[in-house]
Design a protein around this ligand. Structure first.
Ligand code: PGA
Length: 240
């Protein structure tokens, strides 16, 4: 595991975007794993700038980590909407190669199985970006989720629903469940870049990097992955 401590959010975002830019230049036909949340926003802004300067996404395939159950793609709090707004609307990834779990699927369990199967069929994820929750979650793999979990229906913890309530009119509107790539699905990615910024992430980052590997802190599983880079700002890296 490599750890890159950058000065602040802007530097973290730039460093992460540069990893993606280099990867895309060397592997234009690639499969990217993408994440939502506040953390990757700055990185997406840089990728949009790089695209305006010529970085080509025309042969890229993307898989997002997760989606709320019960929200359609045109709901402003859905992750599909987020991705359109913050990345896909501004770069040339072909629409038919953008994959996000369908939160309105009639049979969510079947949707989960189909999602993992599609990732496999399209060659697996080459480069996956992750955020980390204050409780150490990755995707919606909350503490206690078995490492063997593939894409599944996850129940959101109270703390995650509170953290995400800012995107909804009230906490009652925050969905209770999501479809999330599982830890096993994430660990299959060939390379993983985890981003974290801010003091409030420092404990989770330290536990993920140097604590015991345990389902109680889902991101700690990354210690077992052969090619992981943590890119954190000084505040999030404070306890390293
Ligand atoms: P955040 O969420 O980027 O909004 O902090 C990260 C996460 O919960 O995985």
């Amino acid at each position: 595991m490599q750890v890159l401590v950058t000065k602040d959010y802007a530097a973290m975002s730039r460093a992460a975007a540069d990893i993606f830019k280099e990867h895309l230049k060397n592997h234009p036909q690639t499969v990217l794993g993408l994440a939502t949340g506040s953390t990757p926003l700055g990185m997406y802004e840089w990728l949009i700038k790089y695209h305006q300067d010529g970085l080509d996404f025309s042969q890229v395939t993307t898989f997002n980590l997760d989606e709320y159950i019960g929200l359609a793609g045109d709901h402003p709090a859905s992750y599909r909407y987020f991705m359109e707004e913050h990345l896909f609307g501004h770069v040339n990834v072909p629409k038919e190669r953008i994959f996000i779990p369908n939160g309105m699927a009639e049979d969510p369990e079947a949707e989960c199985r189909a999602y993992d199967e599609l990732i496999r069929k399209l060659g697996g994820i080459d480069l996956q970006v992750l955020g980390i929750g204050v409780n150490g979650h990755i995707g919606f793999n909350e503490p206690g989720t078995p490492f063997e979990a593939t894409t599944h229906v996850a129940e959101l913890t109270a703390s995650t629903r509170e953290a995400n309530a800012r995107f909804f009119a009230s906490i009652d509107e925050v969905p209770t469940h999501a479809i999330s790539m599982g830890i096993k699905s994430i660990m299959h990615a060939r390379r993983i870049v985890l981003l974290a910024n801010g003091e409030h992430k420092a404990e989770a980052v330290a536990a993920a990097v140097k604590g015991p590997v345990t389902p109680d802190l889902p991101a700690s599983v990354l210690q077992l992955h052969p090619d992981v880079t943590f890119v954190v700002d000084e505040a999030a890296g404070r306890l390293l």
